[in-house]
Design a protein around this ligand. Structure first.
Ligand code: CAA
Length: 240
C-alpha cells in the first residue's frame, strides 16, 4: 500500500516540487496550503494532487486538517514541514508582529503538525518527518532575525524529536535549502539577490526539484537509519 504524505505549503514553490516528486514516486500525497485558493486550484488541476486548506500556525487547525486528510487518503505516515513565510526587516524596523507571524508559522507550524501526527506514527511504529530549515537558520542573515531564529529552531527541534522517535520507527530529519528560485527569493531586492548569488559557489539559484530530491531520499523505506540529520542543499554557499 502506498504511504500517505502531507506536505505543508505544498501547492507552491519548494512544497509544490516536493508534492509532485512524492506523487511521481508512488506516494499518496495531500498538499496543505494556507491562503492562495487560486494557486491551489491550479496546482490540483495540473498535478491531480488534492489540496487541503488550513493554517499551520493553529494546532486546532492542524489536528482538524490531518483528520480530513486521513479520512480521504488513510493514515499519514510522512509529514514534510515546508510551510514558511518571510517578514524581512532590520531590527530597527521589525515590529513584534513580524516576529510573531514568522515564529508561529515556520516553527510553531512544525510543532503543530508533528503534534497532530505523532501519536498515529507511534501507534503504527512508523513515521518519516522531514522539516525544511534554511541556510539562514544555520548561518544567520542580515534583516532576518525572525526567520533565522525560526529556522534555527527547526534544526534544534529536529535533533530533539529525532531522539524521541528513534526507537519507535520514526525518523526526523531536516533539509537546509539555500537560495532557491521561488517567489520567496524573488521578493528579495534585485541588487541584494545579485550579491548573494555571486557568493554561491555553484553560481546560480537552486531549483525546487533539487530540494525535493533530498526529501525523497529521507522518506524512503530504507532510510530508517538516517535520523536527526540535516542535509544542506545550497550550492556550496555554506558548509555546515
Ligand atoms: N550586510 C551588511 N549591511 C547590509 C546588508 C548586509 N547583508 N544588507 C543591507 N545592509 C545595509 C545597507 O547597506 C544599508 O546600509 P546604510 O543604511 O548604511 O546605507 C542598510 O542595511 C539598509 O537598512 P534598512 O533597514 O534601511 O534596509 P531596507 O529596509 O532597505 O531592507 C533588508 C533591509 C530587509 C535586510 C533588505 O536588504 C533585504 O530584503 N535583504 C535580503 C534578506 C534576505 O536575504 N532574505 C532572504 C529571503 S529568502 C529566504 O529566506 C529563503 C531561504 O531560506 C534562503
Amino acid at each position: 500500500m502506498a504511504r500517505v504524505a502531507v506536505v505543508t505549503g505544498g501547492t507552491r514553490g519548494i512544497g509544490e516540487a516536493i508534492s509532485v516528486a512524492l506523487k511521481d514516486a508512488g506516494y499518496k500525497v495531500a498538499a496543505n496550503y494556507a491562503g492562495n485558493d487560486e494557486r491551489a486550484r491550479a496546482f490540483t488541476d495540473k498535478t491531480g494532487i488534492a489540496a487541503f486548506k488550513w493554517d499551520v500556525s493553529s494546532l486546532d487547525d492542524c489536528v482538524a486538517g490531518m483528520a480530513k486528510v486521513e479520512a480521504a487518503l488513510g493514515p499519514v505516515e510522512i509529514i514534510v514541514n515546508n510551510a514558511g513565510i518571510t517578514r524581512d526587516a532590520t531590527m530597527k524596523k521589525m515590529n513584534r508582529n513580524a516576529w510573531d507571524e514568522v515564529l508561529d508559522t515556520n516553527l510553531g507550524g512544525c510543532f503543530n503538525m508533528c503534534k497532530a501526527g505523532w501519536d498515529g506514527m507511534l501507534n503504527r511504529s512508523f513515521g518519516r518527518i522531514v522539516n525544511i530549515g534554511s541556510i539562514n537558520g544555520q548561518a544567520g542573515q542580515y534583516g532576518q532575525v525572525n526567520y533565522a531564529a525560526a529556522k534555527s529552531g527547526i534544526h534544534g527541534f529536529t535533533k530533539a524529536l529525532s531522539q524521541e522517535g528513534a526507537a519507535k520507527g520514526i525518523t526526523v530529519n531536516a533539509i537546509a535549502p539555500g537560495y532557491i528560485d521561488t517567489d520567496m527569493v524573488a521578493a528579495v531586492p534585485a541588487d541584494v539577490l545579485e550579491k548573494i548569488v555571486a557568493r554561491i559557489p555553484v553560481k546560480r539559484l537552486g531549483h525546487a526539484h533539487e530540494i525535493a530530491r533530498g526529501v525523497l531520499f529521507l522518506v524512503a523505506e530504507d532510510a530508517g537509519f538516517i535520523t536527526g540529520s540535516t542535509i544542506s542543499i545550497n550550492g556550496g554557499q555554506h558548509m555546515y
